[in-house]
Design a protein. Structure first.
Lengths: 349, 600
């Protein structure tokens, strides 16, 4: 087994606006199972950060516990990272985001880490609209403990051991919309053409951006009867393609009117939605929920941008916190002196 | 694009760049791995089977393999293939018992004219089959060009003798110190076939022109000079160059001179412009490059001052045609013309290299004086029992090319002597393709390439070297350096073999590939496909490996250009749709395969 990736790269790798190649966003070689969907998500995050020309040292990766939460080791080897306690990544992310609002936060979690042990933390993270991208690598099973059904396993899905799941699965995307998330998407690890622009848009979004990614577990959940295998997911995929155009770039692609719709984010970036399912409106929370429920009823996996409020207020703004990271505040700002204290006290009298 | 037909061995053969570039198709990665394993004898024998002279070639080969080496595209310098070959020769044990002996006589007799690498290769291949071989050479020892043209400080006599003797000791009848002056006399000895490997025709000189000897350092024979440029032995020429002659070789010479630093280059020719032998388009191209052609000038003298060439003088003539249209060049009586120059290239035609071959034998020649040969597979001349090879076939090349000719000619001779037409149903090259999987994530070779740089071969002390004509200048790699240098090989013969029916399109291979070789895209024609890959495939000399259509409608496209053969695609593949399989290829030889796949 190879423990290191060869040092050599393609001599003609393209570079981004910062002069970096995609290799500068690489991490260590993956120790996940060969063919794991999570590795594709890692590659998509890497590509997204490269294409958006994000400086690696201005990104922080946070995760909990699980196969999914090992992922941050395998991308962005030059970024900050915090591998926290099981299901407690939201607390760490909230604290980090409040302390240093200038970094780009990428949280990576799994169906167990989010929908079971971390559910309590997760809903509060959504509710508070913490400024981060939260990706769930959703394989419907506990891969690290030999493939038991997880809380997102679909009703009727058959486990590798032949047991039929008798419980309704938690739909994390619907939950996030219901709980007031400002950016909600679903995607598939095997569809980078959609996943990469979604991640780029999520990172540009001001507020909590949630992406639920169906990510097949090749070892424990890729058999006949599983609803989250590569084959089943592809067979039921209903993908809404999109393009992401960051603020500084000019729009190159041409879109036919009527088949596409654009949404402008707070920083001037534009998301082009190329195909909407039966007139799906991304700015209507109620309609988004209905669309998802309809797709679920028809046994379709609807992927793409499901809901977006481009003008949301993130936690830092809501709490009217300092506009600069705490580590940039000097002594005089943190300790304004007795004069200021006096005037505050005066104000309370 | 249509799916790549990997059942055709030529596809994977092209992926092994070094082996493909080698005229004798030596299995380079195979012997380099054996060197890394300290199996020098096996490495030597893999070489010996392919190229007959590993010790000689490990010092003197023109190494077409190295510019082709994939490592040179991945980082700066290719693997030191040639000098690793010498390592195998230097550190091998006694190999005499591994060398085949003459086979039981089959009653056929073959004459070999000339004792160079081509003839010796024919002898090596045919002796084990029971042929009686008679080798003629004008010198006292065999070796040909390898002995006469390569100085001993580059190639010690012992090394050459050893490898020549391996062949001669297979019971070859030798007739040395004998210049064959008549092909008919050889044919009269009722040989079943004759192989001619007597070397190249030489360029014609102007030996009697005044100053020729004194100015020798700056006078070059056109075809020799061109081949020397081709092999990069010559990299520059003086600013002012005179090219004598009016044929295509003269045109090549003057245009090449312009590219090697010649600024004031002139072609000077005896005949009128219209009568020049060069093709009209060649003349046009020459003039287009700012090279004047002075016609009607007959060379008279090389002007030498202080022992150095400074120019030439010419007599102006005009062409006078008699009633039968026969041309005479008559001096005009004007003053001699002096032209300054730093170098002169003589391209006034070639000496006939085959004055000893009688027309009546039926062996015919081109107007360039080279034998008319079927093609570069059969090497059969216009007389069915006479074969050519080495430099005498197509003009000057190099040792490894002569060896390749020898192998092919031996096949032809063997077929001919068995009543078969060597042009049809020639034997196929031998090849195998075997998985190198040792465990779930384990390969039989060191798959992750090392980052060590190429190292130069150490030399003996300069003072010592210059004091001797025979002291070998290069010391060769020691065992430790050889190991590191061998590990630089990317093992391009470990092929990435893709089975589309296994693929679940999980992208694991695309994601892991360090050099972004693998893409899953919609199919298209090749030029279009090349632009749509992870990194556009700009090296058109390297193939695209394209799969059949996969369930999503996409195809797998692999650009072979900078693949590290690290096996990570296969390691990360959950369904073994990718496998690393060793491709072993040897060109067809008359000899039964001696030592196929030593490493298996």
């Amino acid at each position: 087994m190879s423990y290191v990736k060869p040092k050599f790269r393609h001599p003609r790798l393209p570079s981004n606006r910062l002069g970096f190649t995609v290799a500068d966003y690489d991490g260590a070689i993956s120790t996940l199972c060969a063919g794991c969907g999570h590795d594709s998500i890692s590659a998509a995050i890497r590509t997204a950060c490269f294409e958006s020309s994000l400086p690696p040292h201005r990104i922080a990766k946070v995760s909990g516990i699980g196969c999914s939460s090992k992922m941050p080791t395998y991308f962005l080897g030059k970024s900050h990272g915090f591998n926290s306690v099981h299901g407690r990544m939201p607390s760490v992310a909230t604290g980090a985001s409040l302390a240093n609002r200038d970094l780009t936060y990428v949280g990576v979690s799994g169906d167990g880490d989010t929908a079971s042990i971390g559910m309590g933390q997760f809903v509060h993270l959504v509710r508070r609209n913490v400024n981060m991208t939260y990706i769930v690598a959703n394989n419907g099973c506990y891969g690290l403990t030999k493939g038991q059904d997880s809380a997102t396993a679909d009703l009727g899905s058959v486990s590798k051991y032949g047991d039929v799941n008798g419980f309704e699965g938690i739909d994390l995307a619907s939950l996030a919309i219901l709980q007031g998330a400002s950016f909600v998407a679903r995607s598939f690890s095997g569809d980078k053409e959609q996943l990469v622009p979604l991640i780029r848009a999520a990172m540009a979004h001001n507020g909590f951006a949630f992406i639920d990614v169906v990510s097949p577990c090749v070892t424990f959940n890729n058999h006949n009867g599983s609803t989250k295998s590569y084959e089943e997911t592809r067979a039921h995929l209903d993908a809404m393609p999109l393009d992401f155009v960051p603020m500084r770039e000019e729009i190159k692609a041409q879109y036919d009117e009527g088949t596409s719709k654009s949404v402008t984010l707070h920083d001037g970036s534009v998301i082009h939605l190329k195909k909407a399912v039966s007139g799906h409106e991304t700015d209507d929370r109620q309609a988004a929920l209905n669309t998802i429920q309809d797709a679920n009823k028809q046994n379709r996996v609807l992927t793409g941008l499901l809901f977006l409020d481009p003008n949301s207020q993130n936690l830092n703004t809501n709490l009217e916190l300092a506009t600069r990271p705490l580590n940039e505040l000097g002594k005089d700002e943190l300790c304004p002196g007795s004069k200021v204290l006096k005037s505050i006290n005066e104000g309370l009298r | 694009m249509k799916p790549t037909n990997t059942a055709d061995p030529e596809y994977f053969h092209r992926v092994v760049d070094c082996q493909y570039a080698c005229p004798a198709h030596t299995p380079v990665p195979e012997y380099i791995r054996l060197i890394a394993q300290e199996r020098y004898t096996d490495a030597y024998m893999v070489n010996w089977e392919s190229n007959v002279f590993p010790g000689v070639l490990g010092r003197t080969c023109d190494r077409p393999c190295e510019p082709a080496c994939r490592r040179g595209r991945v980082e700066e310098e290719p693997v030191a293939i040639c000098r690793l070959k010498r390592v195998a020769a230097d550190f091998k044990d006694d190999v005499k018992h591994l060398i085949p002996t003459a086979g039981p006589r089959n009653g056929k007799k073959i004459a070999l004219i000339g004792g160079g690498p081509a003839s010796l290769t024919v002898a090596r291949d045919l002796a084990p089959l029971g042929y009686e071989l008679h080798l003629y050479d004008e010198h006292a020892k065999a070796g040909g060009f390898m002995r006469s043209q390569i100085p001993a400080f580059r190639l010690p006599d012992e090394v050459l003798d050893e490898e020549v003797d391996y062949v001669l000791n297979m019971g070859i009848h030798t007739t040395f110190n004998t210049y064959v002056d008549s092909l008919q006399s050889i044919l009269d000895k009722s040989y079943d076939a004759v192989f001619i490997g007597c070397g190249a025709p030489r360029g014609r000189d102007l030996p009697n022109l005044p100053g020729r000897k004194e100015a020798d350092a700056n006078i070059h024979l056109g075809i020799d000079w061109l081949s020397s440029v081709a092999f990069e032995h010559t990299k520059k020429i003086g600013k002012r160059v005179i090219v004598l002659g009016g044929g295509n070789t003269a045109m090549d010479c003057c245009r090449t001179s312009r590219r090697l630093g010649g600024e004031d280059v002139k072609v000077i020719v005896r005949s009128p412009f219209e009568d020049m032998k060069a093709s009209p388009w060649e003349k046009e191209d020459t003039i287009h490059e700012g090279i004047p052609i002075l016609d009607n000038h007959v060379p008279k003298e090389f002007v030498v001052k202080k022992g150095k060439l400074v120019g030439m003088t010419f007599e102006k003539v005009e062409a006078v045609y008699d009633d039968e249209g026969k041309r005479r060049l008559v001096p005009t009586g004007e003053d001699l013309v002096h032209v300054d120059c730093d170098d002169v290239l003589i391209a006034i035609g070639q000496e006939n290299a085959f004055p000893w071959i009688e027309k009546s034998t039926g062996v015919r020649f081109t107007s360039w004086g080279t034998p008319i040969i079927n093609d570069d597979e059969t090497f059969q001349s216009t007389r069915k029992d006479v074969f050519f090879g080495g430099d005498s076939a197509f003009g000057p090349a190099n040792i490894i090319t002569a060896v390749a000719h020898g192998h092919k000619a031996a096949v032809s001779i063997d077929m001919y002597c068995n009543g078969l037409n060597p042009e049809v149903n020639r034997p196929d090259p031998h090849h195998t393709l075997v998985s190198q999987k040792m465990g779930i994530h384990e390969w039989s070779y060191d798959s992750i390439p090392v980052t060590d740089k190429r190292e130069a071969v150490p030399l003996v002390d300069l003072k010592e070297a210059l004091a001797s004509k025979t002291l070998e200048v290069e010391l060769g790699f020691d065992v430790e350096t050889a190991f590191v240098q061998a590990e630089r090989c990317l093992n391009c013969d470990a092929q990435t073999v893709f089975t589309e029916s296994n693929c679940i399109e999980c992208d694991a291979c695309t994601d892991i590939c360090p050099t972004a070789c693998i893409s899953f895209v919609e199919n298209g024609d090749e030029p279009d496909l090349r632009t749509r890959l992870m990194v556009p495939a700009e090296n058109l000399e390297q193939d695209l490996y394209v799969s059949d259509t996969l369930p999503t409608g996409k195809v797998m496209v692999k650009d072979e250009d900078v693949c590290l053969h690290c096996g990570l695609c296969a390691e990360r593949c959950p369904t073994a749709a990718w496998d690393m399989q060793k491709f072993f290829y040897t060109m067809a030889k008359a000899t039964p395969d001696l030592l196929v796949e030593a490493a298996e």
